[in-house]
Design a protein around this ligand. Structure first.
Ligand SMILES: Nc1ncnc2c1ncn2[C@@H]1O[C@H](COP(=O)(O)OP(=O)(O)O)[C@@H](O)[C@H]1O
Ligand SMILES: CC(=O)OP(=O)(O)O
Ligand SMILES: [Mg+2]
Length: 409
């Protein structure tokens, strides 16, 4: 069975085409053959980087990809290319699974119909960088391929195991009960993959793991027995750590002051918090960690401040997760930043030997030369009680499994 998985991130579009057996369990993460994969990075910038790998053939190009709709069209074109493509026709796939973000009252995995699209649209204001592009892509594909099942696997699903004491806001009871205002948590596919994969690596399902998904959007999750028990994002993916251009945790009582001083409407101010905040807002320069490190190196103070705030916020939440779990067997770094950025990993892990966390600086620097065939490597010192790992996330294989399960029901 062929399953195409579409992962529309805040700054990227990634896809993988899998050949899967349909009898695998959700945690059967090794049992999926990836026939093709591709990515478009820096969507919305003047130059987006596009990569594609189909079998032995690969290609890279730089072009303008203004939005996720254009990215999805480009992906289908690549996959059905007469010379290099993996599909004769898009209808060869059994389903397209989406790593969908906020379904509000719908948390779980659903075949996409009008009710699902409505539930997502209700959350457009809560997830402005994520829900509108997903809805647009789903509508386009439904129109072009009316017989092809589309499946939405919501990011909130993995966090349903978080106990009430860690998911309730201290707000009037009615808001929580009637309007579902609570900490939902996101990046569920990634944190679930890390939960399953780290348990395989550590050889223990009951391990205590802290999963740091650091990318265009970032969140940290505490995992016990392969289940989420606490996470940093809350009601919306604007919360928790500072994101690339979204604010992270913020005091709502600053808003009246902002509206009064700037003359902005509430809508405009929220738009700015969700597009001009985060690392971009702090630095006044860029939301991409690579640009910030380059600028900081050249002496740009705003960029250095953004990097420092990001690392300090990760450390603050890491401290909370360590206490929640009563210590950790492993801390795992994943996502575009977690997998690639040794400076951020070093900033987060240094000076924690009193807590049993010892970084091997050289191993952290040389990580790329030390990875196994899945791109994984550890970088803790020999005396460290807590293991430190980089594990490339595979959100798509989780969504592919969830898609098959949803089709069976
Ligand atoms: N080689 C790299 N070195 C350092 N940071 C990187 C590298 N590649 C990507 N990144 C960072 O990762 C981010 C993208 O991460 P990703 O997890 O793909 O994001 P999203 O899914 O939110 O779009 C970029 O914004 C950039 O900050
Ligand atoms: C919240 C979320 O799903 O983030 P992203 O896809 O941008 O990493
Ligand atoms: Mg992502």
């Amino acid at each position: 069975m062929l399953v195409l998985v579409a992962n529309l991130g805040s700054t990227s579009f990634k896809y993988r085409l899998f050949e899967m057996t349909d009898d695998g369990a959700l945690d059967d993460i090794q049992n999926a053959r990836c026939l093709a994969k591709g990515a478009v990075e820096r969507i919305g910038d003047a130059e987006s980087h596009c990569t594609v790998e189909i079998g032995d053939w690969s290609d890279q190009l730089t072009m303008a990809v203004p939005d996720h709709g254009v990215a999805v069209e480009a992906c289908l074109k690549q996959l059905t290319d007469p010379e290099h493509g993996a599909l004769k026709d898009a209808s060869d796939v059994a389903a397209i699974g989406f790593k969908a973000v906020h379904g509000g009252r719908l948390s779980g995995v659903f075949v996409v119909d009008e009710l699902v699209l409505d539930a997502m649209a209700e959350m457009n204001a809560a997830a402005p960088a994520h829900n509108p592009p997903y809805i647009a892509a789903m509508r386009t594909l439904k129109e072009r391929f009316p017989d092809l099942p589309l499946v939405a696997a919501f990011e909130t699903d993995f966090h349903q195991t978080i106990p009430a004491a860690r998911k309730e806001y201290a707000i009037p009871r009615q808001w929580a009960d009637e309007f579902h205002i609570r900490k939902w948590g996101f990046h569920g596919a990634s944190h679930r993959f890390i939960a399953y994969r780290s348990a395989e690596i550590l050889g223990r399902k009951e391990a205590r793991v802290i999963s740091c998904h650091l990318g265009g959007s970032s969140s940290i999750t505490a995992i016990e027995n392969r289940q989420s028990v606490q996470t940093t994002m809350g009601m919306t993916p604007q919360t928790g750590l500072p994101q690339n251009n979204r604010v992270g945790d913020f005091d709502p009582f600053a808003l009246p002051l902002i509206l009064e001083r700037t003359g902005l409407s509430l809508d405009e101010a929220l738009k700015q918090l969700a597009s001009q905040g985060g690392l971009l807002g702090l630095s006044g320069n860029s939301g991409d960690i690579r640009d910030l490190e380059q600028a900081a190196e050249a002496g740009d103070q705003g960029s250095q401040l953004a990097l420092d705030v990001y690392v300090q916020e990760i450390r603050r939440h890491l401290g909370g997760m360590l206490v929640t779990l009563g210590g950790a067997d492993a801390i795992v770094f994943t996502g575009g930043i977690g997998e690639n950025d040794s400076l951020v990993r070093k900033g987060v892990c240094q000076g924690l030997s009193e807590l049993g966390i010892e970084l091997d600086e050289q191993a952290n620097e040389d990580l790329r030369q030390r990875t196994n065939d899945q791109g994984e490597a550890s970088f803790h010192g020999s005396g460290s009680k807590t293991q430190l790992w980089v594990i490339p996330t595979n959100e798509e294989v989780i969504v592919a499994r969830q898609t098959i399960h949803a089709l069976r029901q």
